[in-house]
Design a protein around this ligand. Structure first.
Ligand SMILES: Nc1ncnc2c1ncn2[C@@H]1O[C@H](COP(=O)(O)OP(=O)(O)OP(=O)(O)O)[C@@H](O)[C@H]1O
Ligand SMILES: [Mg+2]
Length: 224
């Protein structure tokens, strides 16, 4: 990257639906917006991120660009003076890969959410090997919806990623919390939630993930 190019375009991708792309794009945007200027771009025709923002009466602490054609992303570099980080929420689609390809052509980094379900494995690996790796886009899987009541679940899935598949991952994982499931309809994000016993775990996971991501990005985008 150019030394003066500070804008970081981060794609949240997995061709498998329901892995947590929208959840992670919006919640990461919230926590990163504490120290950076953040834009969320929603290229999913379902417009889930936009719907989430529409439910927030006082708005959310970052900007939204909904209904975007992925081709708009090639012009995102022009936003260099306005934003530090652009998070792109993408559709979970096994068939039409064109939108994902366009997003990944423009991306500096790809976050691949993965929930611990056997049926998610093949499409996730396919997303990485056929769409991300050929473009040499830096990427990492984030394990999502980890159940803390099953102590063997996290180490087993980390071992699969590390040893069996050799796929880079975040050290941070996201646990399964009702707070995350409720957040879109309530129009809430980790920075607007009251920190209490039922929300603390979800807030902590997203905050930790945001710090780990910032550490992986170019220094210019890290304003902590
Ligand atoms: N860590 C979590 N804890 C609890 N619920 C979660 C968590 N992550 C995601 N969910 C819930 O799982 C469902 C799927 O998540 P989400 O919509 O973020 O996935 P997605 O990858 O964007 O799906 P799609 O491919 O359909 O766009 C949603 O109902 C969401 O609220
Ligand atoms: Mg989504």
């Amino acid at each position: 990257m150019d030394a003066d190019q500070s804008l970081q375009i981060i794609a949240v991708v997995n061709q498998k639906g329901g892995m947590g792309k929208t959840t992670i794009a919006v919640q990461l945007a919230a926590t990163i917006s504490r120290r950076c200027r953040v834009l969320v771009v929603d290229v999913d025709p379902q417009q889930s991120s936009v719907w989430w923002a529409d439910n927030a009466p006082a708005g959310l602490p970052f900007d939204f660009a909904g209904m975007q054609h992925p081709n708009v992303l090639v012009r995102l570099r022009e936003l260099n003076a306005t934003y530090d980080v652009v998070l792109v929420d993408t559709p979970g689609s096994l068939k039409n890969t064109k939108p994902l390809e366009t997003v990944l052509d423009a991306a500096d980094f790809a976050i691949v959410p993965l929930t611990p379900e056997p049926l998610a494995v093949e499409p996730t690996i396919r997303t990485i090997t056929t769409l991300i790796e050929p473009r040499h886009v830096r990427h990492a899987v984030v394990l999502n919806r980890i159940d803390p009541r099953i102590p063997t679940q996290l180490p087993a899935w980390q071992a699969l990623l590390d040893s069996t598949w050799g796929i880079p991952r975040f050290d941070t994982h996201m646990r399964q919390y009702k707070t995350h499931a409720d957040a879109p309809v309530l129009g809430q994000v980790v920075t607007t939630l009251r920190d209490n016993r039922s929300t603390a775990g979800a807030i902590a996971d997203v905050t930790r993930l945001g710090h780990e991501l910032s550490g992986m990005l170019e220094p210019a985008a890290v304003r902590s």
